[in-house]
Design a protein around this ligand. Structure first.
Ligand SMILES: *[C@@H]1O[C@H](CO)[C@@H](O)[C@H](O)[C@H]1NC(C)=O
Ligand SMILES: *[C@@H]1O[C@H](CO)[C@@H](O)[C@H](O)[C@H]1NC(C)=O
Ligand SMILES: *[C@@H]1O[C@H](CO)[C@@H](O)[C@H](O)[C@H]1NC(C)=O
Ligand SMILES: *[C@@H]1O[C@H](CO)[C@@H](O)[C@H](O)[C@H]1NC(C)=O
Ligand SMILES: *[C@@H]1O[C@H](CO)[C@@H](O)[C@H](O)[C@H]1NC(C)=O
Ligand SMILES: *[C@@H]1O[C@H](CO)[C@@H](O)[C@H](O)[C@H]1NC(C)=O
Length: 511
């Protein structure tokens, strides 16, 4: 009797949490059901369910007729289920529905009729090719509308005009060629129309978006920056277009713009970015710039000018950039770097100069640098002069240059150095070089050393790990007692795991 009671109690307890969970479904709680591999939506569910999630099913034609009567669903999610059509008015009676996600299906139109309670509607990755004004009628609470990766080609923005509370609109990856404006969405904060086919934008398309903070038009074919952008913008992305010039003067109303992305366009010069006083990030990589931008805004923290045709870095280029932390000038044609050109950048921690035409390490770099990349230049010597002030340097990349010898004093003057890349240089493997190795090992620096180019009998050997060289240099006066110990250890251990010279991986992070 006692046992039976206990059993009944257990059963009823179980029931209250998972009362008759439908087949192929799991009921995470009394409010949430997840179902997989269905061919139709179960016709009955516990009435407490608020969240129904179905994925990886085969529901060609969605009908919910029976369950909508008994459930007060708040979230309905049907994804990757091959759904082509949805019975009219399926969601109409779900008056508590806040989130409707129907992504990765084969829908050709927006389901009719959607309940006014809706706040989030995600229809990405379907086959929707047209929007109707009636589709969104009455959706005054809708905040998020995602329609990326559909087949929209012409978009008349009237169709969105009832979405008076919309904050986030994503139209990426469609075939949109023309936008018939204007946008009348007073609360829109985030608008993304990336990877479409826009060549041209009509005037006053954006002017009434008085809350817009983020706008991305990357991956289109625009030749001009729209000049009716709203003043509220914080971030503007226009990468991968066909811009040939930027008229910053026409953008000066964007007083709060903080991030501007213009990489991969056809810009041949940049001048007047100082009209954007609050700009902190400017990316203009992969253009055709022959000179550094003139008159940069003083709050800039990151400037990416990589992959251009820049030849010179001059004193005046970085005069006022006291906040600059990251400077990318890699993959240019820099051969002239004026002494002290970055001296005023008293926060600079990251300087990328790889793949240029430098013959020596630039003099008087700021002592705040933590990372300096000079890979792939034509540097012959590392002098004490050039590096002695870089007390904070953690990563130094000198790979693929023309250096044959290392000055011990240089290495001793870099107390924080953790990663040193020296491979791809024509090392002259003298016993002096071996001495440098001892210093580096004692410091605990992780070194990619590379191979000897001279003398002839050492060619191809790795100078950081070759036992031959070590034996050869044995007995040389430089070997102190301590380094003799290290050498002994080296001879007995296999160091390939610590310093794998053939390892092609030399990317790195600093904290
Ligand atoms: C559903 O479960 C919650 C706890 O997860 C509980 O507070 C609530 O009373 C349950 N509702 C019903 C109708 O069983
Ligand atoms: C809907 O419910 C009714 C009775 O509640 C039942 O007869 C009918 O078969 C159900 N329809 C579906 C499609 O399950
Ligand atoms: C469903 O709704 C659409 C648009 O309102 C209408 O054109 C269509 O005829 C309706 N289909 C049925 C079966 O009622
Ligand atoms: C710019 O930002 C400031 C401070 O956040 C704010 O008070 C001001 O209204 C913004 N200006 C515009 C045009 O949005
Ligand atoms: C932008 O710059 C202006 C003028 O320099 C300043 O008044 C304003 O507060 C700045 N806004 C932000 C968000 O920093
Ligand atoms: C390598 O260094 C030695 C000793 O300093 C020097 O005699 C020799 O010429 C150098 N070899 C090359 C190829 O530079």
């Amino acid at each position: 009797m006692y046992l039976l009671c206990a059993f009944l109690v257990l059963l009823s307890f179980g029931d209250s949490f998972h009362p008759n969970c439908p087949r192929r479904c799991s009921c995470d709680s009394n409010q949430s059901v997840r179902c997989y591999k269905l061919i139709e939506v179960p016709s009955w569910m516990p009435s407490t369910i608020k969240r129904l999630y179905i994925s990886h099913s085969q529901i060609k034609n969605l009908k919910l007729s029976n369950i909508t009567k008994t459930l007060a669903l708040e979230e309905f999610i049907l994804l990757a289920s091959g759904t082509e059509s949805i019975e009219n008015d399926t969601f109409k009676t779900l008056r508590s529905l806040k989130t409707l996600e129907l992504w990765k299906n084969k829908l050709r139109r927006i389901p009719t009729v959607l309940p006014n309670s809706l706040e989030v509607l995600k229809l990405n990755d379907n086959l929707i090719n047209v929007l109707h004004e009636s589709d969104f009628k009455g959706l005054k609470k809708l905040q998020v509308l995602e329609l990326q990766n559909n087949m929209l080609s012409t978009l008349s923005l009237n169709t969105l005009s009832s979405l008076v509370n919309l904050q986030n609109l994503v139209l990426d990856g469609n075939n949109v060629e023309s936008l018939i404006g204007p946008f009348k969405l007073p609360h829109l904060k985030h608008l993304s129309i990336e990877n479409n086919k826009l060549h041209f934008l009509p005037g006053s398309l954006f002017s009434s978006l008085q809350s817009l903070k983020f706008l991305s038009l990357s991956g289109n074919s625009l030749t001009k920056i729209p000049n009716d952008l709203p003043k509220s913008l914080l971030c503007l992305k226009l990468e991968r277009n066909q811009l040939q010039e930027v008229r910053f003067r026409d953008m000066k109303h964007l007083e709060n713009l903080s991030r501007l992305f213009l990489s991969t366009n056809s810009l041949s010069s940049i001048e007047g970015a100082h009209f954007l006083p609050n700009l902190t990030i400017l990316e203009i990589s992969q253009n055709q710039l022959q000179t550094l931008p003139l008159r940069l805004p003083t709050k800039l923290q990151k400037l990416d000018c990589s992959n251009n045709l820049i030849q010179r870095v001059r004193l005046q280029d970085f005069q006022d950039l006291r906040d600059l932390k990251h400077l990318f000038l890699d993959n240019n044609m820099v051969s002239l770097f004026e002494v002290g050109a970055l001296q005023r950048c008293v926060q600079l921690s990251n300087l990328a100069l790889e793949q240029n035409l430098l013959l020596s390490i630039p003099l008087r770099l700021p002592d705040t640098l933590a990372r300096l990349d000079l890979k792939g230049n034509a540097i012959k010597d590392i002098g004490e002069q050039e590096l002695k002030d870089l007390k904070k340097l953690q990563v130094l990349n000198l790979r693929n240059n023309k250096i044959s010898a290392l000055d011990l004093k240089v290495l001793e003057g870099l107390p924080r150095l953790r990663h040193l890349y020296l491979d791809g240089n024509p090392w002259n493997c003298t016993c002096n070089l071996l001495k440098a190795r001892q210093v580096l090992m004692a410091k605990g620096t992780d070194v990619r050393g590379g191979q000897c180019a001279a003398p002839a009998e050492r060619r191809g050997e790795s100078w950081m790990s070759s036992k031959n060289i070590m034996r050869h240099c044995e007995g040389h006066s430089y070997l102190t007692e301590k380094s003799k110990e290290i050498r002994k250890k080296l001879l007995h251990e296999d160091h390939s795991s610590i310093m794998n010279m053939d390892d092609e991986y030399y990317d790195y992070e600093i904290d």
